[in-house]
Each structure stands twice: as structure tokens, then as C-alpha cells.
Design a protein. Structure first.
Length: 281
């Protein structure tokens, strides 16, 4: 990783907080796809045996935050079982997001994913829901900043190589929902329910991304931007990004039935791809 003074400063400040077993860089910066204004996503891993000391964490982040008085950290679990908790702050003019992760819970979920068991849960900020395999992807793609006990290194051994049972489970879970979402959208067309049609089509397109990532044995860690990324994967649907853009143009113009027709074509192309790739579960 290229030297980044901000990461050095963050790691130095956070590593001394009791309960922090490992610190990682996640998000687009870890995957080398960030732009200049991208956030710094910092994962803070702790264990059940030594919980994170959030009071000491607050003191540490206030010491480096651009606006100490406006800086706060959440209790563990404040943001639900999957996002868990953390903080939003600015350091040296850059937006920094801190996210808690219980390493024991992460390892248990990763073991389930490796065995082909995945879950989807409602989660604010994730319109498609939170897929448990996201935690696999976070570990696979993160860059350790502080890992004195090789905790992250051990978890990475679970995530890589990409497990065949997980790929098959994700395809089974999401492939059928593509057409199911379009079915429900078409039922709402006659009633002119633009919002419901849009919601159903969004779910269908999100499922398309899930299937394409699984076919390519890539982890999908956030549906934001996933469809555009899926359009550039080795196994993908021709002109996927353009077709998706056309779907939303039609919905915006209240041309709901044509939008469903374009979505059907995407579904047909996905079916052809999964059959021709020989990688159906």
C-alpha cells in the first residue's frame, strides 16, 4: 500500500484503544478504486473476550478529529447486528468512517458462507438488504493496518479462495428473484404504481448484480455501484449498464410496461449467460 500519512495517523491513534484487536482499511480505498474525495472506511475488529472500550475510543478520535466537539462514537450494536456501530468524523479535511466488527461473529458468519449458508436482513442504508456474504468480502478485500495477532490474516484464509458452495448458494438465492421482481412490477403497472414498480425493478436489478458477481467469484460488498461494476466483469451481460439506464429512463417517464419489457430482456440474457457459462449450481 502506498504511504498515506492520514492512515498512519489514524492507526497510531486507534491502535492503543483497549479492545481493538485489529484495524483495517476497507471500501474503495482498499480496492484501489477510490477517487480523491472518497471516504476512508476503517474497520475496528474486537473479540468477545476483550470488548471494545468505546469511552477510550471517543477520547482517541476527539484527539484527531477536525471538530472534536461534534465528534461522537456509538455503543456496540447501535447500528444493528450487521453494521454494528462506529463513528463518522473528519480528519485533516477527509471524511473518515469507523465501523465496529466482532471478529468472533465475523468468523462464524464466514464459516457459514463457506459452507453455502447465506442470509439477507433488512438494514437501513442497504436498499437491497444486508447479505451475510458482505462480511466475507470485507475481509477478502480489506488491507490490514494493525494486526498484531494475525487475526485478519487468519480470517482471510477463510475468504480466499472464493468458495464454490457460496457461489452456488448466491446464484440459487438470487437468480429466481430477478423474474419474480419483474412479475410483481408488471402486476403494479395496470394500477400505475410507479413507486412500487420502481422498487420491484430495483430488487430485480440488484439480484442481477448478485448473480453476476457470484458467477465471476467476486464478492459484492455493497449494492451501491454494483450493477455498473458487474457490467465490466469477465462474465457479464452485453450493454448491461445501458439497458439499466434505459429501464430507469422509462420508469421516470412513467412508461412502466416498456421498463418491464427491458427488464425481461436483461433476465433472458442472464439466463442465457448462466446456462452457457456452465456454472449453474
Amino acid at each position: 500500500m502506498p504511504h498515506d500519512p492520514l492512515l498512519t495517523r489514524l492507526t497510531s491513534a486507534l491502535a492503543a484503544v483497549p479492545g481493538i484487536a485489529a484495524i483495517v482499511l476497507g471500501g474503495s480505498r482498499a480496492r484501489s478504486s477510490a477517487h480523491q474525495a472518497s471516504d476512508y472506511d476503517i474497520g475496528l475488529y474486537f473479540t468477545a473476550a476483550i470488548p471494545l472500550d468505546t469511552e477510550r475510543l471517543l477520547a482517541a478520535v476527539k484527539a484527531i478529529a477536525d471538530s472534536p466537539a461534534a465528534t461522537s462514537v456509538t455503543p456496540i450494536g447501535e447500528w444493528g447486528p450487521w453494521i454494528v456501530g462506529g463513528a463518522w468524523l473528519a480528519v485533516d479535511g477527509h471524511k473518515v468512517d469507523l465501523l465496529y466488527r466482532n471478529a468472533d461473529a465475523v468468523e462464524a458468519v464466514m464459516d457459514s458462507c463457506r459452507a453455502g449458508i447465506v442470509t439477507m436482513d433488512y438494514q437501513p442504508g442497504h436498499p437491497h438488504g444486508f447479505c451475510s456474504a458482505i462480511w466475507m468480502g470485507e475481509i477478502a478485500y480489506c488491507q490490514p493496518l494493525h494486526d498484531p495477532q494475525a487475526l485478519i490474516a487468519q480470517l482471510k484464509s477463510i475468504a480466499q479462495p472464493y468458495p464454490r458452495p457460496l457461489r452456488d448458494a448466491l446464484i440459487r438465492r438470487f437468480r429466481w428473484e430477478v423474474s419474480f421482481g419483474i412479475d410483481n412490477a408488471e402486476l403494479a403497472v395496470a394500477r400505475g404504481e410507479q413507486t412500487h414498480v420502481g422498487g420491484c425493478i430495483y430488487r430485480s436489478l440488484a439480484c442481477v448484480a448478485q448473480v453476476l458477481f457470484a458467477l465471476n467469484e467476486r464478492y459484492l460488498i455493497n449494492e451501491k455501484g454494483a450493477l455498473l461494476e458487474a457490467a465490466h466483469l469477465p462474465l457479464t451481460i452485453p450493454h448491461l449498464a445501458e439497458q439499466a439506464k434505459e429501464v430507469w429512463r422509462l420508469i421516470g417517464e412513467d412508461a412502466l410496461a416498456p421498463a418491464c419489457d427491458v427488464s425481461r430482456e436483461i433476465d433472458r440474457q442472464l439466463q442465457t449467460l448462466t446456462q452457457s457459462s456452465g456454472k449453474q449450481p
